[in-house]
Write a protein that binds this ligand. Structure first.
Ligand code: ADP
Ligand code: MG
Length: 260
């Protein structure tokens, strides 16, 4: 699942970490692939830059074995392929590679992935529609779009949907939209309610029922190298991310009952 939105600061990384942790509480084994050169997901899960000997850069540019870039996190069942700043040069380094859009897909299709038995792979995308995001969308079964509940939230969404359509036409015809999740939602704020109404009017059932509230525990958790589910399991943020995981699992049952 690619977690994408070309806007920065909308909750991509927060959603990747906490949805991953929530899926783990429901018994799934999850790999988080950090594709943002800023490496916020890697730091948020406690892997400092000096400890990232191998990274998604090695996976995508050097075609390193998948096992060599996977690290354990503080949450059993939750694993991480970290990012380093090297990733910021991938667009240029891959420019003459004909298969540049397929590097991540091929990495995740390595036979040794089978033995690792991940139930979900969540890919945290950078805030841009560059070659890294294209790699994520080519590799993924679906795209999860975090939408920040503020003015201009829907702006830029049509461009993202267009990119998804282009990837479908060129490289990944089965790419689905997993859904749109409202993040940093504050029910007391009229604007947030307006954004929700607009999103539901325009995108209908694509918008998850679950909204992620603005919750200080969610923003504190990464500085303790934890998901919010570990940091404060009963916080409103934890409850919301568990509810999002439940909603996603229910949708999967409907889409593909045999896989459950
Ligand atoms: P992105 O990955 O899209 O750039 P982040 O996940 O890094 O966005 O979130 C941007 C900022 O907002 C971070 O400082 C994060 O801690 C904060 N944040 C995200 N979601 C919430 C939330 N539900 N409540 C409070 N703060 C949040
Ligand atoms: Mg991020």
């Amino acid at each position: 699942m690619a977690i994408a939105n070309q806007k920065g600061g909308v909750g991509k990384t927060t959603t990747t970490i906490n949805l991953g942790a929530a899926l783990v509480t429901k018994g799934h084994k999850v790999l988080i692939v950090d594709l943002d050169p800023q490496g916020n997901a890697s730091t948020g899960l406690g892997l400092e830059p000096e400890n990232r000997k191998t990274s998604t850069y090695d996976l995508i540019v050097q075609e390193a074995p998948i096992k060599s870039v996977i690290y354990e996190t503080g949450t059993p069942g939750l694993f991480l392929a970290p990012a380093t700043t090297d990733l910021s040069s991938t667009d240029m380094e891959l420019v003459s590679n004909e298969k540049r859009a397929f590097q991540l897909r091929d990495a995740l299709l390595q036979p040794e992935m089978e033995g690792l038995e991940f139930d979900f792979v969540l890919i945290d995308c950078p805030p841009s529609l560059n070659m890294l995001t294209v790699n994520a969308m080519v590799a993924a079964h679906s795209v999860l779009i975090p939408l920040q509940s503020e003015f201009f939230a829907l702006e830029g969404l049509s461009q993202l949907l267009l990119s998804i359509r282009e990837v479908r036409q060129s490289a990944n015809p089965d790419l689905r939209i997993e859904g749109v999740v409202l993040t940093m939602y504050d029910a007391r704020n009229n604007l947030a309610r307006q954004v929700e109404e607009d999103a539901r009017d325009n995108l209908n059932e694509l918008v998850f029922q679950t909204k992620i509230p603005r919750n200080v525990r969610v923003s504190e958790a990464p500085s303790y190298a934890m998901s919010v589910l570990q940091y404060d399991p009963t916080s409103r943020g934890s409850i919301a991310y568990r509810s999002l995981a439940t909603e996603i699992l229910k949708r999967h049952e409907r889409v593909n009952p045999m896989r459950q």
